[in-house]
Design a protein around this ligand. Sequence first.
Ligand code: NAP
Length: 463
Amino acid sequence: MADQYQTFSKSPIGKFVIKNLGLPSPIELDRFESPTPVIKGAVLLGAAPNSILSESIAQVLSNIHANSYAGNNAQLQQAAAKSGLNLSAFNDGDKESKFKAVVFDASGIESSEQLNELYKFFNPIARQIQTSGRVIVVGLTPETTGSIKQAIAQRALEGFVKSVGKEFKKGIAANLVYVDKDAAANLESTLRFVLSPRSAYVSGQVIRVSKAEVLDIDWAKPLAGKTALVTGASRGIGEAIAHVLARDGAHVICLDVPQQQADLDRVASEIGGSTLALDITAADAGAEIKAAAASQGGLDIIVHNAGITRDKTLANMKPEFWDLVININLSAAERINDYLLNNQGLNANGRIVCVSSISGIAGNLGQTNYAASKAGVIGLVKFTAPLLQQGITINAVAPGFIETQMTAAIPFAIREAGRRMNSMSQGGLPVDVAETIALYASTASTGLNGNVVRVCGQSLLGA
Ligand code: NAP
């Protein structure tokens, strides 16, 4: 459904009214157009003294040929030189230069007293970030640091980043990447994602990177040769996921209920994929999915996207509404995973991606069934992740307000509140959820396991 407020805000009269009444002014967010350049515009790099991730960060910036700058920081210059990154000089006091992204390596911060490194770096340049820009802080996973003092200081980064996300406006996304102490080599797919327009609606999030095998990939087609299955693919978010995974090189099997066969055929033919008309609650759904992927070399990626709402306050809810929502949104995914994992239904380096919701994090009036199912999805990810082997991973996205048929059905006032109550002052698009799923699905993302990233423009709900 079109966001008429956003359209109005771009008109001359709309600009006048919004400015004078101090109303939110949603800007049009940059979104993915082509794999290169990963980021259009200059990147400013900074680091706290004795940081240990700068070389890996510089390596990624070098790989993507980013137009990179740094101030007078000898350690950073050395790290950049080692990774072949050409760093241009940024002079202290320069108030003219603008940056599309600002990346700060905070891994050297060992105590709360040293948190002022954040202030020293960001305060002078806080007004020099362009619209749809990026603030990225890279720190050490607190649990993997050497001391309590350092763990406390690294944990503090979260509050800083989330506040920046709320302050900077202009469609600027701020995210924190925690890297396990020995996982610097696994940073690349995440850093590329948070730098690029693929992360347009992801802000105030923490992405955790752990150590895993580093696999070579073609970054322009990170899913080349892979077979993916997306449930609920006939429309909305599922349709967007199918398109993005196909764009990234996968053969996509589009699954939906038999009643959606016509739309399923349309989506599959648009992306050169195939279809599987199936109710995911069927007892043999796991076996059907495995069989459908067999002729494509087996399944590499499964995206559990199909989901429903049946909203009623608890006192008014019929038992069948409760059971249906829990069964489709949670139990079906659990059963399918169990089947695939216990019956060689997922190839080595396979990817399981689940779709939760901010409702599962914050809870929501009239959604006891839905919120329970989506919180259960977070549990599914958390408790399955440590058990997986052979490079298989499981992660989830938790969308906020996304413009789909599901949200078009929400009453007007609640819909408007959902759209505006976030740092981007607008709803997200299905493609925003799909891009985050593509990050998890990437062959290069074996170091992402057990993550739940909200795609919500930093919604106030559950923040
Ligand atoms: P949607 O437009 O309603 O699409 C969901 C699709 O899943 C529909 O085609 C639906 O078919 C299908 N489906 C339902 N039950 C199924 C079953 N038993 N077996 C196979 N397919 C089934 O929903 P959406 O807005 O794109 O949402 C996609 C996912 O994102 C859901 O898990 C939802 O909970 C989650 N999410 C959405 C938002 C949002 O703002 N839209 C926010 C947070 C989370 P039918 O026609 O039979 O329903």
